[in-house]
Design a protein around this ligand. Structure first.
Ligand SMILES: Cc1cc2nc3c(=O)[nH]c(=O)nc-3n(C[C@H](O)[C@H](O)[C@H](O)COP(=O)(O)OP(=O)(O)OC[C@H]3O[C@@H](n4cnc5c(N)ncnc54)[C@H](O)[C@@H]3O)c2cc1C
Length: 447
C-alpha cells in the first residue's frame, strides 16, 4: 500500500488528507502536525474574540479522532525536522515523547504554512501574543480573563491586525493601535483607504501612527518617541514568514524568500513531493507571473489538485490565483484582486475609476460604492481591481474574479446582465459603468 505523509494538519494539510481519502480509499495517509490542534478555521479566530463566533469549538472542523474514523492517522505534537527526498523519508520529532524517528513515504505533501512575525521588543514579554492558531486564541482569552484585562495594544495594519481591532472593540476593550508608518492596509490604494483612521477614531481607538514599541517593562510599553503607554495585553499582526527551514538540504527548491516553488500540479522540484498553502510560491491566474498568496482559497483548491494528481487524475491542474480577498472593517468592506499595486507598474496600463450608489440611488438605503480597475493597454484585460463600500462589495469582487477567470475584458463588463431591482442594483450597475468608461477611454486612445 502506498504511503502519503502530510506535513501540517490545518487548512492545506487537513484538506489534502480529506480529499485524498475521498478519491483514493487504498492509500495510507499520515499527518504530522507539530502543534496541538488540527483542522481549525484560522479565519474565524478573530471573530471568537469579538463574539460573532460565540462557540469556540465550532471553529474545529476535524480532530485526530474524526480523522481516524476516515482511516487517516494524525500525529499531533510531531514536528518534521528533515526531509530526505532521495531516500523518500522524513525525520520526525515527537515532542510529547521526546524522541526522534524516521518514516518513509511514497508521496509527501507539504503544508507547513507561515510563522507569524513579531517585534524584537516583544520577545519574552508575557503579555505579548500573536493570533495564528487555536492555542493563541485560548492563550489570549485566558490572559484577558485571568488578569481582568480591559485594554489591548494592537500592532500591525494588515488584515489580521485590522480584524482584531474591530473584534477587540466589539468585545468592549479599549484599543490602542500602533503602526510604524501612516500607510494602513497596504493592499489597498491609499486614497481609497482614507476612512481607516477616521473609522478607528470614531470607534474610540487610540491611534498612534509613525510609532513603534521599543521596550516593555511590566505592563508599560515605551514607544520610540519616549512615551510610555499602558500595555497589559499586546497583540501583533505583522505578517508571516514561510515555515520552510526544515526543507534546507532536502533538494526541494525554495525561492529567495524561502517559499516552496510549485507549478500547476502542486508538485515541487522533486518527484512525489507536493506543496500547498501559505508556504508556496505559485503564479497569477491572469498573467502567469510568480506570486505568493497567504489566503485560504488557494490552499483548498490546491489540496483538490494534489489529491487528484497523486491519484492519477493528471488532467486536474491548478490555474493559479488572483489573490481575491475581502475584509470587513466595522461598516466598511474592502476587497481587491489581481496584481499588487507596484506590480501593475510593470505593465502598460490605464486606470478606470467609478463611484456610484450600490443600488438605485433613489432608495433611502443606497450607499456609495467605489470601484477601480487597472486595464492592460495591450489586451484590454483587467490586471487589478479594488472595491470599497459598505454594502455590495462582495458581489462586485466575486463578479470581477469570475469575469477575469473566463477571459472577460474590462470593456466586456458593460455586457454583464446584472440582476436588477432597486434594493439590489441599478439597470446600469457600477461594474457596467466601469465597462462603459473603459470603452470611452479605449476610443480616446484610438483617436
Ligand atoms: C487570524 C487569521 C485570520 C485569517 N483570515 C483569513 C480570511 O479571512 N481569509 C483567507 O482567505 N485567509 C485567512 N487566513 C489565512 C488562512 O488561514 C491561511 O491561508 C491558511 O490557513 C493556510 O493554510 P496552510 O495549510 O498553508 O497553513 P496553516 O493553516 O497555518 O497550517 C500549517 C500547519 O503546519 C504546521 N507545521 C509547520 N511546520 C511543521 C513541521 N515541520 N512539522 C509538522 N507540522 C508543521 C503548523 O504547526 C501549522 O499548524 C487567516 C489566517 C489567520 C491566522
Amino acid at each position: 500500500m502506498k504511503h502519503c505523509i502530510i506535513v501540517g494538519g490545518v487548512a492545506g494539510g487537513a484538506t489534502a488528507a480529506a480529499q485524498l481519502r475521498r478519491i483514493n480509499p487504498g492509500i495510507r495517509i499520515t499527518i504530522y502536525e507539530k502543534g496541538r490542534d488540527i483542522s481549525f478555521g484560522n479565519c474565524g479566530l478573530p471573530y471568537n474574540i469579538g463574539g460573532e463566533v460565540s462557540d469556540r469549538d465550532k471553529l474545529i472542523a476535524a480532530t485526530p479522532e474524526s480523522m481516524a474514523e476516515r482511516d487517516i492517522t494524525v500525529k499531533t505534537h510531531h514536528e518534521v525536522l528533515r526531509v530526505d527526498s532521495g531516500a523518500k523519508k522524513v525525520t520526525v520529532k515527537d515532542s510529547s515523547g521526546d524522541r526522534e524517528f524516521e518514516d518513509e513515504y511514497d508521496y509527501l505533501i507539504l503544508s507547513p504554512g507561515g510563522a507569524p512575525k513579531t517585534l524584537p521588543a516583544l520577545l519574552n514579554v508575557p503579555q505579548a501574543f500573536v493570533l495564528h492558531n487555536l492555542g493563541d486564541l485560548d492563550d489570549i482569552k485566558a490572559h484577558i480573563d485571568g488578569h481582568g484585562v480591559d485594554k489591548v495594544v494592537l500592532i500591525g495594519a494588515g488584515y489580521i491586525g485590522l480584524e482584531l481591532i474591530e473584534n477587540f472593540v466589539r468585545r468592549g476593550m479599549d484599543v490602542t493601535f500602533i503602526h510604524r508608518s501612516e500607510e494602513v492596509y497596504r493592499p489597498l490604494e491609499d486614497d481609497m483607504g482614507d476612512f481607516f483612521i477616521e473609522e478607528m477614531e470614531r470607534q474610540g481607538v487610540d491611534v498612534r501612527l509613525n510609532a513603534e514599541i521599543v521596550e516593555v517593562t511590566g505592563n508599560a510599553a515605551t514607544l520610540d518617541n519616549g512615551e510610555e503607554i499602558d500595555a497589559p495585553l499586546i497583540v501583533a499582526g505583522i505578517g508571516i514568514l514561510p515555515r520552510t527551514e526544515f526543507l534546507k538540504g532536502s533538494g526541494i527548491k525554495l525561492n529567495d524568500s524561502g517559499f516552496i516553488c510549485t507549478g500547476d500540479t502542486g508538485r515541487t522540484s522533486v518527484d512525489c513531493v507536493y506543496a500547498l498553502g501559505d508556504a508556496i510560491e505559485t503564479f497569477y491566474q491572469h498573467t502567469g507571473g510568480k506570486t505568493t498568496v497567504a489566503l485560504a482559497w488557494g490552499a483548498h483548491r490546491m489540496a483538490y489538485v494534489i489529491a487528484n494528481q497523486i491519484s492519477g487524475n493528471e488532467d486536474v491542474v491548478f490555474e493559479g490565483l488572483l489573490g481575491t480577498n475581502i475584509m470587513r472593517f466595522f461598516d466598511y468592506d474592502i476587497a481587491t484582486l489581481g496584481l499588487e499595486q507596484h506590480e501593475v507598474l510593470e505593465y502598460d496600463h490605464f486606470i478606470v475609476d467609478h463611484r456610484q450608489r450600490n443600488k438605485a440611488g433613489y432608495m433611502d438605503s443606497s450607499v456609495p460604492i467605489h470601484v477601480r480597475i487597472y486595464v492592460s493597454k495591450t489586451d484590454g484585460k483587467i490586471l487589478r481591481a479594488a472595491v470599497v463600500g459598505t454594502e455590495g462589495v462582495d458581489k462586485r469582487i466575486d463578479i470581477l474574479a469570475a469575469h477575469i477567470r473566463l477571459g472577460g475584458t474590462a470593456a466586456d463588463l458593460a455586457n454583464i446582465e446584472v440582476a436588477y431591482s432597486p434594493p439590489y442594483s441599478s439597470p446600469k450597475s457600477v461594474l457596467n459603468m466601469i465597462g462603459y468608461k473603459t470603452i470611452e477611454k479605449l476610443k480616446q486612445f484610438d483617436e
